[in-house]
Unconditional design. Structure first.
Length: 105
């Protein structure tokens, strides 16, 4: 599992290759696909203030967020604790479903 920050000519992005993550079993058990779109939704639900400042360009096999270096660094820290923790994912998905949030995975 690698979350990577990129800097191309002053434009910043954060990518995460999906699949093979410790949290995948919890994602599947909750009825979702552990793909980039799922992680888009999780970020938007779990960290809405941060997500508002970001752009997303994810696809099936990769999560991708675009934004300032400071926002992406904050997101990386938040994601690192979740992608390695099935229990954290289960708790976030349960909270999202209780709130009526719909994942687009």
């Amino acid at each position: 599992m690698t979350i990577t920050l990129h800097d191309f000519d002053g434009e910043h992005s954060l990518t995460l290759d999906t699949g093979g993550l410790a949290a995948d079993t919890a994602v599947v058990a909750a009825g979702h696909e552990p793909n980039g779109y799922f992680w888009d939704g999780l970020v938007q639900f779990a960290w809405p203030d941060l997500a508002e400042r970001l752009g997303f360009d994810s696809e099936g096999g990769m999560f991708c967020a675009l934004g300032s270096l400071s926002d992406l660094t904050q997101l990386r820290t938040a994601l690192e604790s979740v992608i390695s923790s099935p229990s954290a994912v289960r708790e976030l998905v349960a909270r999202a479903e209780t709130a009526g949030f719909e994942f687009d995975d």
